[in-house]
Write a new protein. Structure first.
Length: 406
């Protein structure tokens, strides 16, 4: 019997943003299923490096070289923050030390998060890092299928020669493992509507630049902080909350459903507070309840709530993609280009709603009623999309297993 394959998995294991749990759960599930050999996971907390508790140094290099190789989780690695001076992204191992790693390094679908109007620091450093990695024979440079590759080309102006060696990998959050169970906040006799808001980077997400061009990926980057008056993005955000409140109130009254507000991170609590303030007191008091946050080890339990849902309205990436994988009827409520790009790539763009459209209230209410009446069509579309992504992943994993055997 062959020895287990020891793989270092660099991911945000200590995070309280449950989207990291979806990425981790999905990645380890599909690789364990597809690799012919047994795997021993060496789980390394990437967020400890980001917050300075650990350093990307020779100890990290020695760890990788003592195992079969490294898999870098498909989390957001490219966000242009000023502290990323070494490589321009969250994988901050100096290039000289990357040269000392003899085992394979697999970037399993890393992603970007950046809004129009945000500064983006160390652009040239990041371009050099990507060019360097793309030339390394022991590096598989994979980005998530959410337009990251297109964004690198159109916005960061990464040279074509580097882009040719960057591979797209389906979001591993699609394959999250969920555990159904009894949830005391869910009333078993009433249908369940989940709403997952997103309040991250609120001044940019709801600022005019993104508000007017939410479907556009490419735009000029700047290292200067743009002026974003509170009055502008605050008004846009308030208008969105009003439209959502009116649409959900109608759905709850007409169907007798219950509303489960599901924050994925602390930012979302601000959106939830303002939404609840906008509701009529009866809706807030008798029909609506919110869940709490969850650490990564509770991922299966957290997404078990989604399995109990008759409908989800998703503003978060890792509410949207897990719903597709779990077959939960879901409406993507889109506030950022990478969600549009992901949905386009998997053939579901026509199901999404632009959160900033003038007729959002009526469109959201209409779609909610239609799906609650006939959820089968959306489940079938999601199954088709998941099946295609699973086949793509299986082919990628076959190549990666061979890489770890060399």
């Amino acid at each position: 019997m062959s020895e287990p394959l020891r793989l270092v998995h660099l991911a945000n294991f200590n995070s309280t943003n449950i989207g990291n749990g979806a990425l981790i759960s999905g990645l380890e599930h599909i690789i364990t299923a597809d690799f012919p050999s047994e795997i021993t996971w060496i789980r390394e907390p990437w967020d400890d490096y980001s917050f300075g508790f650990r350093k990307f140094d020779h100890r990290f290099v020695d760890l990788i070289n003592s195992c079969a190789g490294l898999i870098v989780n498909g989390a957001v690695a490219i966000h242009g923050r000023n502290y990323l001076q070494e490589t321009g992204m969250r994988f901050e191992l100096p290039l000289t030390l990357i040269n000392e790693i003899k085992k394979p390094i697999v970037f399993y679908g890393i992603s970007y998060r950046h809004f129009k109007g945000q500064p983006f620091y160390h652009q040239e450093t990041l371009r050099k890092t990507l060019a360097f990695l793309s030339e390394k024979p022991n590096v598989f440079l994979g980005v998530r299928n959410d337009g990251t590759k297109k964004w690198l080309k159109e916005t960061l102006l990464v040279p074509d020669i580097s882009l040719e060696k960057i591979h797209e990998i389906p979001d591993s959050g699609v394959f999250v493992q969920a555990q159904s169970g009894i949830y005391p906040e869910v009333l078993p006799e009433r249908r369940v509507v989940i709403f997952s808001p997103n309040n991250e980077d609120a001044p940019c997400r709801y600022g005019e630049a993104n508000f007017r061009n939410v479907k556009e990926t490419g735009y000029r980057l700047s290292e200067e902080v743009a002026e974003m008056p509170d009055s502008v993005w605050g008004q846009n955000r308030a208008g969105l909350i009003l439209a959502i409140k009116n649409a959900l109130t109608r759905i709850l009254h007409e169907t007798g459903a219950q509303l489960l507000l599901v924050p994925h991170y602390f930012d979302d609590l601000k959106f939830i507070a303002d939404l609840v303030d906008a509701f009529h007191q009866q809706v807030a008091h008798q029909t609506t309840i919110t869940t709490g946050l969850m650490r990564v080890p509770g991922t299966a339990y957290f997404y078990g709530r989604y399995l109990a849902a008759d409908l989800a309205v998703s503003m978060r990436v890792h509410s949207m993609s897990p719903c597709i994988g779990l077959g939960v009827p879901m409406i993507p409520l889109v506030t950022q280009p990478r969600m549009w790009d992901f949905l386009t790539q998997v053939g579901l763009c026509d199901l999404a709603l632009n959160a900033f459209s003038e007729d959002l209230e009526s469109q959201l209410a209409l779609q909610c009623l239609q799906i609650l009446e006939n959820p089968g069509d959306r489940r079938e579309r999601f199954l088709q999309a998941k099946t295609k992504m699973r086949e793509d992943v299986r082919m990628i994993n076959s190549k990666l297993f061979n890489l770890f055997q060399d």
